[in-house]
Design a binder for this molecule. Sequence first.
Ligand code: HEM
Ligand code: HEM
Length: 455
Amino acid sequence: MAANETAAQYLTAKAFCMTSAIWFAGATSFGMIAAGYLFAPDFLANIGLIHFGKVRPIHVNLVLFGFVTPGLLAAAFYYFPKLLRTDLYSEKLGVFTAILWNITLPIAIVSLAMGYSQGREYAELPWAVDIMVGVLFLLVIINFVMTIRQRKESILYVSIWYVTAAVVLTASTYLLGNVVWRPDTGALLGIPDAILLWFYGHNVFGLLLTPMGLGVAYYVLPISTRSPLYSHTLSLIGFWSLIVVYTHIGTHHLLQVPVPTWLKTIAIVDSVAMVIPVMVVLINLWYTIRGKLGTIHTDIGAKFVFTGMVYYFFVNIQGSMMALPVVQRVTHFNNWVVAHAHIGVFGFAGLVALGGLYFILPRITGKPLYSKFLADLQYWLVLIGITGFAIVLTIVGLIQGQAWINGETIYRVLPSIQPYFVARAMLGTTIMVGAYIGVYNIFKSLFYNPGATTT
Ligand code: HEM
Ligand code: HEM
């Protein structure tokens, strides 16, 4: 137990909980605008600030840096002191980081809406915002590393390994991938730029969201089932194999681009080898919680995390297949990839982030959730939404992929995919409603919760 469990404690975790909940709602609202354009291109026509080319990167940056990352950080700011048996190095620094985080995001939105985009996927943000993002990660690193330094627990549990690695590696690859030494373009020239961009781009999923998500899963699942971790050795094998393998696979985004063949070969081989770090983690967690699924079902936080880990299994099996050139001939350049992206970033990392929030909320407030019913409702809304997304967008991808192979002209394909885009927008509505319910429930749980004072 950490010392001095007072109301002032966990302020950082609380601030990041609220940050994640609010930006989840904001990000899905922008996603809905983008989805609207895809079935009704004249939708909101002539409003320059929010046409598709601007709304799309706003949506993507907000889900990555507004919703999922802060959500996973909220849980980390809670379990760091717990696992290290000390207080967080500085709650003041943590709250300052959260405030700066919430200043950076609106600046990012306004910049993109006004057209200040560097036009590279996942690296659209202009130079000044890149620097702010770098500073944010630096502040988080200082808080984490200093907490580790003052720890009273000598053993570093694997969640600490994952999260510390995630923020340290992301701080460096973010600045590298955004080519911050060239403020005007934020880019290198030609093919080397594409290689660098996708090295960084894949690291956002592989070295930021994945390890932070696994850190939360490794914390929440054993505690909620009251089971000791099945194997610490497996947890370290999983950690190191992830670091070794995931860092080499970015070029699988460029298999149809004239990059050196050896680079493509490494990317393909390591993409398939990803099955090692993934299965090691899943086997370890499965043996930890085996026979305790009933307990998980009764804990909304653990339920979100468990479901996220099921999606983790699927996204990785799917991803390894998508790295094979023969499969990519059908799946590249179409909505199959968008389905995979939502399965990974939302189905896995997003659900685990929500699980982390709901798991820590009663613990940081000392009271039960404001409404378990609303949390359950949100669970089902987002689960129906993301599962529907996965099915609908995969079908669209297959239609587009087959049409591409058959040399079909694009305008003849559009009518056949339009109904699916209508369905996607309807499913998106359920997710967005779930997100707004989450804002209400999390806000009430934090600030207006008359519940009993139990932990
Ligand atoms: C075994 C692990 C994984 C492998 C081998 C893998 C493989 C791939 C491949 C090959 C692509 C490119 C597809 C194409 O352009 O044709 C891709 C795209 C993508 N992956 Fe994964 N994936 C894995 C796990 C994940 C996870 C865990 C996440 C999220 C946390 C994720 C998020 C994404 C996203 C967002 C894209 C879309 C990138 C874009 O905008 O083009 N992936 N993945
Ligand atoms: C209301 C719910 C949502 C809707 C309607 C929606 C809609 C969209 C749309 C229309 C795109 C652009 C796809 C394209 O260019 O063809 C997109 C991209 C993306 N969205 Fe969402 N989205 C929603 C929720 C989310 C959530 C919650 C996450 C993650 C936590 C997410 C992650 C992404 C990612 C990573 C991409 C980039 C995909 C790629 O480049 O392949 N979305 N979304």
